[in-house]
Design a protein around this ligand. Structure first.
Ligand code: NDP
Ligand code: OXD
Length: 309
């Protein structure tokens, strides 16, 4: 029985080597060169893969090479009974915490303004607000959001969180579901999106919701481009309602050269690198899932396809 590696734009060799190191007996076939499709039990996927899934009649598990599974949930004619397992690698939390802290501090301490001033040789001081007086709102309090919330609490920020189910995170004020969203947004001077992309969260940061943020607020998106309506964000940046945005993910990736976000003075673009997958630790986590599956043990991080995460 084997694993098919079908991660678009990711060189397979290092992954094959790392997975073989963990599971020497695992046969690995690299898409599209599949010699024995009926022996494929595991599909390790990333990106916009398109294949006729009926080629693999013995497929048992879809494995995502990332925390997000939107690329798997949207697969054409995906057999609904096959579980989808997302990557639950602590290394991703570390990366996202670094990305979020960097951008929160940059906005909080006006470093964005100082960078702009330097290009105009302008010596001008901005007020330094205490972190306890700065409200930072995190949309999504899962693996990544809760780790970021704790890190921000440790720096003394007033942290708000928004999720579906209640949470108990020390010093984090929790807002729940659709009815909690208004109150959450109106208090978030810096809002960070760490939601999965689902039917309910797509376009959630549209003009109507972005306008609920306090004037002069900042937006950080480390989740998926589909959460933000880019044209609405640009409009509110140009009107001054939003003071700045740090965007790691985009509706279309790579971000097309003509996209106005690239050159907008209030926008920082990074190329979907907030939390990069680490070869060694991810190979271990993926191998553990394969081990559990082969030995009839319960799988961790299984996605609920109905909820979309
Ligand atoms: P989790 O599944 O662990 O957490 C998702 C959180 O979102 C949960 O707290 C969940 O609420 C909340 N949520 C989901 N739907 C709703 C809703 N409709 N209303 C309110 N809250 C909702 O995900 P992760 O933290 O691991 O990852 C989040 C996303 O980050 C991934 O899906 C991926 O797209 C993105 N990502 C981006 C990376 C990058 O480099 N840019 C790297 C890694 C991930 P509840 O707890 O109540 O279920
Ligand atoms: C992920 C990502 O989902 O890197 O892990 O976007």
């Amino acid at each position: 029985m084997s694993l098919v590696f079908a991660c678009v734009d990711i060189p397979p060799e290092p992954w094959v080597k790392a997975l073989k190191k963990e599971l020497p007996n695992l046969e690995i076939e690299v898409w599209p060169n599949i010699k024995k499709p009926d022996e494929v039990e595991f599909a390790l996927l990333w990106g916009n893969w398109s294949a006729d899934l009926s080629l693999f009649p013995n497929l048992q598990v879809f494995l995502s090479l990332g925390a997000g599974v939107d690329h798997i949930l949207t697969l054409d004619r995906r057999p609904a009974h096959i579980p989808i397992v997302r990557l639950g690698d602590p290394f991703l939390q570390t990366g996202m915490v670094e990305y979020v802290l960097y951008n929160v501090l940059r906005f909080h301490r006006s470093f964005q303004k100082y960078e702009e001033q330097q290009s105009n040789t302008l010596w001008l001081e901005h007020p330094q607000v205490s972190p306890s007086k700065r409200s930072v709102g995190i949309m999504g309090l899962g693996c990544l959001g809760s780790a970021c919330a704790k890190a921000l609490v440790n720096l003394g920020f007033n942290v708000l969180g928004w999720s579906r189910r209640d949470k108990d995170i020390d010093k984090v004020k929790i807002f729940l579901g659709e009815h909690g969203l208004n109150q959450f947004l109106t208090q978030s001077e810096i809002v960070i999106c760490l939601l999965p992309l689902t039917k309910k969260t797509k376009n959630i940061l549209n003009e109507e919701n972005l306008k609920k943020l306090p004037t002069g607020s900042f937006v950080i998106n480390g989740a998926r481009g589909g959460h933000i309506v880019e044209s609405d964000l640009l409009k509110l940046l140009n009107e001054g309602h939003i003071a700045g945005a740090a965007l790691d993910v985009f509706e279309k990736e790579p971000l097309p050269k003509e996209n106005l976000l690239w050159s907008h003075p209030k926008v920082t673009v990074t190329p979907h690198v907030a939390a990069l997958v680490n070869l060694e630790s991810a190979a271990k986590v993926i191998s553990e899932t394969i081990y559990c599956c082969r030995n009839g043990l319960p799988l961790q991080k299984v996605v609920d396809p109905f909820e979309g995460y």
